[in-house]
Structure formats: C-alpha cells, structure tokens
Design a protein around this ligand. Structure first.
Ligand code: ATP
Length: 630
C-alpha cells in the first residue's frame, strides 16, 4: 500500500489520517491496518488494470476470483464490453498504419467502430450537443453568439463537416479576393480567443472600434498565413522578401499607375513581418538620385501614411522592375473598393427618400477628411508632396481608419535632374495635393469616381442636397484654384473643421479605452501559458523516475497530485471531467499563490493531502528552478 510521509520541505501539507478505532488497531505488527469495510470493497486495481499485483502480497481489498476459462463471446451482442478486461489492458497499443490525411478527430461512428473497448456507451454520456459550458473552446465556435446564430448541426459529425466546409462562412465578407488558382491548403481551425473571458459583449458605440473586432483580428491573422501563389511562377525571393501573393488581378485588363503598369504583392520580409511590394513593371531607372525621395519618405512615420521602407530595382520578374516596399495592412480595401460600389446612388436611380442607401455617412466623411488632412500636413511639413490623394490609393485599414498608400513612387518615376531641388515645384505639387483632396471628398460624397469633371454641377447639387453646408464649403475650398498671392494651405482645412476635431478626439479616446479593456481581459493568457509550459517541463520527465524527491514520499509528489487534481478528475461514473473553468480557476489560483487549501488524493486513494495553492506554487517553482539550473 502506498503511503505518504510528510515531505522534508517546509511546506505545511497536512496528511489526513482517520482517527484510530478499536477495529483499526492492527492485530499483528506485520499486518497492514484494515479499514472496516476494506475486505468488502473491490480492489480498484482490478477496475483499472484488470488485476492487482499485490493480491498475494497483502492487499486488503476484495479480489473477485478470475474465471479460469475465458467467458464465451456473447453471440447476440457484438458490441464492446463495458469493462476493461485484463487482456485488453495488457494489449499493445494500436497504431494505425495509414493515418488519415485530413483532420484526425474521428466522427463518433468511426470512433466506435475503431475502439475495441469503451467504458460507457455514447447514450450513457451527457448529450454532447447540449453541453453549453461557456468556457468550452468549441462552444462559441460551433454555436456562435446568440445574435449571430449557430450552425445548427445536431450531431458531432454534422458539426465537424460544418467546420470543414463552412467554418469560414462568417468571414466571407472580410475575405480578400483570391487572384490565383486555389491551392490545396490545410484548413486551420480558427483560434478561439474567448477561453478565459466570456465572449465580449457588444462593444460600446465607437467610431473606430469594429463591432466584430475579435473576428476581424482573427481574419487578419488568417490572411497573414495564406500560402504563396506557387502556380503563378513568381520569384521565390526578392531582396529577402519571399512568399509573394498578388493582391490584385494580374491577368486581363490592367489599369495603369500613371503611365506604368503596377502590381501589388504581399510578401514576408526577413523579419517575418508582412510587407507590400508594389512593382512597377518594365521601368528602367535612369538616375540613382531618383531614390532620394524614397529616403525622405522612409523617414516619415505618421499614422495616416502607409510607411515606405525601401525601394530597389530587380530583374527577378524577368524584366526591369522597380519595387517599393510598404507596411502591409491585412484585409485593407481602397476607398474605391469600399465606397464606390453603388453607382445608382449618384444617378438617382433607386432613391426613395432624402438619404439614399449606400451614401457614406457625413460623420465618416469628416473623419476621413481629418485623417487625410493630417497625412497631408505631415508630408507638407516635411517638405514633401503626397501626390497620391486618390480614392484608389487611400486605404481603409480598419474601422474608419484610413491611410494614404503609394507615397514616394511618383517622385521616383517622374524624376528629372533638371527640376531636382527647385522649390517652386514642390509648392505647386503641394497645392495639387489639396485639389486632389477636394476631388476625393466630392467622389466620396457622390459615391462616384467621376464626380469632378463634366458632371461637377450635378455633383455639387447632390452634395448640397445630402450633406451639410460646412462639408460643401470645405470641399469647394480644396477644389478652388490658388489665388496669385494667396496659396491654399492645408492648415486652413483644420481651421474649418472646428469642433469636429474634438468629436474625432473623443472617438479616438473611446476607442483606446475599449482596446485597453480588451487587452486587460487577455492579460491572463500569457500567465497561464507560462504556467502550463512549466507543468510540461516538470511532469513525466523520465530522468526523474528514480529520483527520491519525485517518489510518493518526496516533496515533489504534490506536483503530481496537483496535476491529477487539475486535469485528471473523474465523475462518480469514472468519466473524465473536462471542465475548462475548473482548470482555469485552479491555474489562476496557483499563479496567484492563494492560501486556499485543496484536498489532493493519491491515485490509490490511500493518501490524502491538504495543501494550499501557495505551497503547490512553491513546489513548482522549486522544481522548475531545479530544472533550469541543470
Ligand atoms: N499597404 C497595403 N496593405 C494592404 N493592402 C494593400 C496595401 N497597398 C495596396 N493594397 C491592396 O492592394 C490592392 C491593389 O492596390 P492598388 O493600389 O493597385 O489598387 P487599384 O485599385 O488596383 O489601383 P491601380 O489602379 O493602381 O491598380 C488593393 O486591394 C489594396 O487594398
């Protein structure tokens, strides 16, 4: 019989010992103490291992006599026996020769067919589809939040199929378009970030916080892991950038970037981060000095400008190309892609009321104006001109967050040594920036890329009808031609914004508060992962098998028992208790080292220890420190 003696360490673990009674007094010095009913209780080793190796060596429990001949197989019931037989317990582990290529979890029907021994039938188990522990990692995934509706599959098999086929249905709207033939890809299970905290409630209304923030972030992360487009014959490596994936259609009719054709690729850099490579095809760089603008832009960091990192020439694509490298913002859309979908708005078709569906809200347009004006101002202050204020070059990278992309390219492509350093040129280009900005505002309001041009009077009327006079005034100021002695200045736009700037600041602060709250709820994740890693390092190390400190009388035995207490609990029918909230609450208390005491029971139920989390924590820290020192 295993027993526990107080470990030599200073922890205050208390062994619970039943008070001696007359019945408990051993008859002889050598006889083991017997509890009242022990001879009637069936030995648990029989249950667990099919036999008890101490049966003839003094085990005090009842051992039912084994049948001398194997019982005849029941003819009418080919189902699995309900109890582990000795032969089954000693049988070698079954290792399938051909592992299935897809997801490995068997469906219940397959599992039943393959598993020779089951302790209980499925009908004995609690119905799996009705298991609604909010901490269950699969619950949120399969059932969705109440408002979104679940997948509605009644069986596990149905759920599994739904996961393979339609697991990403919710994300369809966010999925970037694939511009290359589908690759055989491994279906990743989306991560569930709500294990430790309840799924977030609907966020407070915030201009900059998406109501589906968690999902959006997951989808971005998925996008970052998309495989390379191998069938397109793209170079494997260009200047350290690899895993190229085109972000736009590379076949069919191509739009020109000025006079050149450009292609945008996502790539992974040497540092493992995502980058965007904008390649200008068939362009031979004539002047090294043209890259001076790249140097200037790469020093400019502003939250509304997509950072330019470097530019280089390459022949890796089979031609002379210039490649500009920018920060990658997964799943972003150009303003054109996001807002210019409904041409009927401007034409007046389909309008029923004063505010046609699909109209960009005025609050959003003011927010875009503020953000783009900030980008322009920082570029102008740095002595640069943006030259890319266009609906196809301003990206929507998050909830109402816009950033100007493709900065620095125009300078390189239109570089002329004769004009380099001429200060009047830059002033003119800066004036043009503001005019382009005004055009962009009109296009956004009208939802139409050609709003400024032949149809300008109609556009003005449309803006007058659907937006405030202030918005029209700002847009007209931007579009106006500069006076001979009075240049337009982006600062004037800020003067015209007035209290709208305060609204923007409020919204930003609300957004920050919300994100801080979200971060707060995720803080514990790292702590728990660290703890689980320590457990992994410590438990079941073969080199400790013979170490006295890990034996049943050693101080480290507590760690083993605690592991059983956290992970290996069984219910009254012997079924594993898979309760995430129990695990998480134990680990949290362990990490905090609380004084709360728990009862640890040895596997043979012969030793019972009362220890506090604080003591278990001390044991784990000592064991881990011991390991790290070796
Ligand atoms: N830095 C970036 N991060 C993430 N996606 C980007 C980035 N830059 C561009 N993209 C994406 O690449 C795609 C193509 O961009 P591009 O600027 O070529 O737009 P376009 O509308 O095709 O314009 P063009 O007329 O120049 O071809 C767009 O969907 C855009 O969202």
């Amino acid at each position: 019989m295993a027993f526990f003696s107080r470990p030599p360490s200073t922890n205050a673990a208390v062994r619970i010992v039943a008070p001696p009674t007359a019945d408990d007094v051993p008859k002889t010095a050598s006889a083991p103490p017997a509890r009242k009913d022990t001879t009637k209780r069936e030995c648990r080793n029989i249950h667990i291992y099919g036999s008890c190796k101490y049966q003839d060596k003094g085990c005090i429990y009842y051992h039912p006599s084994r049948p001398t001949t194997p019982p005849p197989a029941p003819a009418a019931q080919p189902e699995t026996p309900s109890r582990l037989t000795q032969a089954a317990a000693n049988a070698p582990v079954f290792v399938p020769k051909n592992l299935p290529a897809g997801p490995t979890s068997p469906t219940p029907s397959r599992a039943q067919a393959q598993t020779p021994v089951t302790a209980t039938t499925l009908s004995d188990s609690p119905p799996l589809t009705e298991y609604n522990d909010p901490y269950d990692p699969n619950y949120y995934y399969y059932h969705g939040s109440g408002s979104e509706g679940g997948y509605g599959h009644d069986s596990i098999e149905g759920q599994f199929q739904a996961m393979e086929v339609g697991a990403y249905d919710d994300y369809d709207v966010m999925q970037p378009v694939d511009y290359y033939p589908p690759q055989p890809t491994f279906i990743r299970q989306p991560l569930n970030y709500h294990l430790y905290t309840l799924p977030p409630t609907a966020p407070p209304p915030s201009h900059f916080i998406s109501p589906t923030l968690h999902t959006d972030l997951q989808v971005r992360s998925e996008t970052l892991h998309t495989g390379p487009a191998s069938s397109l014959g793209l170079p494997e490596d260009i200047n350290g950038y690899h895993t190229l994936v085109p972000l736009e259609n590379t076949t069919g009719e191509r739009r020109k970037f000025g006079n050149w054709i450009s292609t945008v690729y996502r790539a992974t850099g040497k540092d493992g981060r995502g980058y965007v490579l904008r390649r200008i095809e068939n362009y031979r760089l004539m002047h090294e000095h043209a890259f001076k603008a790249v140097e200037q832009w790469s020093q400019l960091r502003q939250p509304n400008i997509i950072a330019l990192h470097e530019a280089f020439t390459t022949k890796a694509f089979g031609d002379n190309s210039v490649v500009f490298v920018y920060t990658y913002h997964p799943n972003s859309q150009t303003l054109q892609e996001a807002h210019m979908k409904n041409k009927a708005i401007f034409s007046g078709r389909g309008q029923s009321g004063s505010s046609p569906a699909g109209l960009v809200p005025e609050r959003t347009i003011w927010s875009y104006i503020i953000q783009i004006a900030e980008a322009i101002k920082s570029a102008h202050d740095a002595g640069l001109a943006v030259r890319m204020i266009d609906i196809s070059k301003v990206l929507l990278t998050g909830q109402n967050r816009v950033r100007v992309s493709a900065c620095g390219i125009a300078e390189v492509l239109t570089y002329s040594p004769a004009l380099a350093g001429v200060s009047t040129i830059i002033t003119t280009l800066q004036q043009e920036d503001i005019t382009m900005f005004g055009k962009l505002v009109f296009e956004l309001c009208c939802g139409h890329a050609g709003a400024v041009g032949a149809s300008f009077p109609k556009s003005l009327e449309f803006v007058q009808k659907h937006y405030s006079p202030d918005l029209k005034t700002v847009a007209l100021f931007m579009l106006s031609s500069p006076q001979p002695h009075q240049q337009k200045h982006i600062g004037v736009v800020f003067d015209m914004l007035g209290s709208r700037l305060l609204t923007e600041i409020d919204d930003l602060q609300n957004g920050m508060d919300h994100l801080e709250g979200e971060l707060m709820s995720e803080l514990e994740n790292a702590r728990l992962v660290r703890l689980l890693c320590k457990f992994g390092f410590i438990n079941e190390r073969p080199e400790f098998a013979r170490d006295a400190r890990w034996s049943e009388t050693g101080d480290r035995y507590i760690i083993k028992l605690f592991r059983d207490y956290v992970f290996h609990q069984v219910d009254e029918r012997g079924n594993p208790v898979v309760n995430m909230s129990h695990v998480l609450s134990c680990l949290n208390k362990l990490d905090a080292g609380t004084d709360e005491r728990i009862l640890l029971v040895s596997r043979d139920e012969q030793s019972v220890l009362v220890v506090s989390y604080k003591e278990v924590k001390a044991c784990i820290e000592a064991a881990f420190a011991d390991l790290s020192r070796r």
